[in-house]
Design a binder for this molecule. Structure first.
Ligand code: ZN
Length: 496
């Protein structure tokens, strides 16, 4: 009853205030302001919110592998954990994450920032990298694990507040407001119209495969620690598909972490830097090259009448860079074929630009439906090459696990190495004249040429390679630098 009287008073006050709004912009702001103010009250009031000077978060759960699973359209789960300590007053921040990908890939790394200078480290390779001049906005994304931080953020940017009206979510009515953030995101906040607590936030962006896409970050519930409503977990969805599912093992405010919480682990040497200012195009032999675009290696081969490209990593922009280099290196020929090693977004995310170029996709049979869907995606926010120059998808599926391109002089064999720990189907290119194998994710090596670390996926690949008895001198990865057969054998042996 008390709530109803209170909200009736609110409504009368709001109506009279709205009547005095100068334009629809101010009216929208005032409606949003009312929603945000109610939420501030639900989180204990402004002074209670401002009393949060630091927090500790330990979250556990899973990465749900959207476009990184063994099969297309699947949602493999791999364990994930993140530990964050933030000192808001002292402008200090530290984070450690542990996770992985299907096929034995794992990462365990961290970073710490004090004011703007920071240090990141890799617990697996045991190396550090200095990170000077870290912009405060770079930390913003991490603060979004905590609903209270979103409320602060919206309050601090009040002139950007707008009302989006009402929407149902979780079967409950919500008031929705949006604001724009200093990291260039427009964020919609969904407040439960009964509790006035934040249920989720949304952003709109572009996904290289799907095009226009909504990212939803959902706070799955709250408990009360006697002083503050405390979020108990967070679920992330991209285009309606879950990508992360976290339970907050610990979220505590004002734990007053000591200086040690913001120090990098001692006795880790600095990582050897990768060479810079190198020519992105590497000539491997007459007509055979790689181009480094967006940090990925792309193979391209000039045949008598056409060009073959293998791998379209990243997104439309990475493919634009790669294609520019391809056309400059081999002028006067068109790209007739594009092949991708596998369907993961870091390997095929730039495919649509090759379709726009009129290239035919060479792919594994199990990827057909997936790439057909990718070719039909809608890109209105950030129109890509295929949107601006629509072309039908031309696809040739590997038949019998192998496809050979040759003009009598230059030869490329495309092989499916079969079901492995990373993917159900996996293509590699073998160039018999050059004794080169080009592969994605089967044996990665850092750009600074530090030793490669093998995993289950590398073991499977090494077995396939040895069984084929191909003459191979260089194994060129999409990620990182070249290895030899002996280096691969050593990496596999070291793993065992
Ligand atoms: Zn992959």
């Amino acid at each position: 009853m008390k709530y109803k009287i209170c909200s009736a008073v609110f409504a009368v006050v709001l109506l009279s205030v709205l009547a005095s709004a100068q334009t629809v912009t101010e009216e929208s702001y005032l409606r949003a302001r009312e929603v945000l103010d109610k939420s501030v009250a639900a989180y204990g009031g402004l002074s209670k919110l401002r009393s949060i000077e630091n927090f500790t978060l330990k979250a556990v759960g899973a990465t749900v592998q959207r476009n990184q699973s063994r099969k297309t359209f699947a949602a493999d789960r791999t364990p994930y954990r993140i530990d964050i300590v933030a000192d808001l007053k002292g402008n200090r921040f530290s984070q450690i994450v542990q996770g992985g990908y299907p096929g034995g890939f794992r990462y365990h790394n961290g970073f710490t920032v004090d004011k703007t200078d920071g240090m990141s480290w890799d617990m697996i390779r045991k190396v550090t990298v200095a990170r000077p001049n870290t912009a405060p906005a770079a930390m913003r994304q991490r603060l979004r694990y905590i609903p209270q931080m979103m409320i602060f953020n919206a309050l601090d940017r009040a002139s950007r507040l707008r009302s989006l009206g009402k929407a149902d979510f979780f079967g409950r009515p919500h008031n929705v407001v949006s604001y724009s953030n200093e990291d260039a995101l427009e964020i919609a906040l969904y407040f439960d119209s009964v509790t006035n607590l934040l249920t989720k936030f949304e952003t709109l962006g572009t996904d290289p495969f799907m095009g226009d896409v909504v990212t939803e970050v959902i706070f799955s519930g709250y408990k009360n620690d006697g002083s503050h409503p405390i979020a108990i977990g967070r679920v992330t969805k991209v285009g309606g598909e879950m990508t992360e599912d976290l339970r907050y093992e610990q979220l505590a405010f004002n734990t007053n972490p000591g200086d040690d919480a913001f120090k990098a682990p001692a006795e880790m040497p600095a990582m050897r830097p990768a060479p810079t200012n190198i020519d992105p195009v590497t000539k491997l032999s007459d007509n055979v090259y790689t181009v480094l675009a967006g940090g990925y290696n792309v193979l391209f081969v000039g045949f008598k009448d056409f060009i073959f490209v293998m791998e379209s990593p990243g997104n439309d922009n990475v493919s634009r860079q790669a294609i520019e280099a391809v056309k400059k290196t081999i002028p006067g020929k068109s790209i007739r074929y594009i092949a991708v090693t596998h369907h993961h977004d870091d390997h095929a995310g730039g495919l649509r630009r090759y379709i726009a170029e009129g290239a035919t996709l060479i792919a594994a049979p199990g990827e057909k439906t997936f790439f057909e869907k990718v070719a039909k995606s809608r890109f209105t926010i950030d129109p890509d090459a295929l949107t601006l120059n629509p072309q039908p998808l031309k696809m040739e599926l590997l038949d019998g696990g192998k496809r050979v391109l040759t003009d009598g002089t230059t030869t490329v064999e495309i092989h499916d190495i079969g079901s492995g720990p990373h993917t159900e189907e996996m293509l590699v290119a073998y160039l018999p004249n050059e004794k080169i194998v080009f592969q994605g994710d089967l044996l990665n090596r850092p750009a600074n040429a530090d030793y490669p670390i093998a995993n289950d996926t590398s073991v499977h690949f090494a077995k396939w390679l040895e069984s084929k008895k191909l003459a191979v001198e260089r194994i060129i990865p999409v990620h990182g630098t070249v290895t030899t057969m002996d280096e691969m054998r050593k990496a596999v042996a070291d793993m065992k």
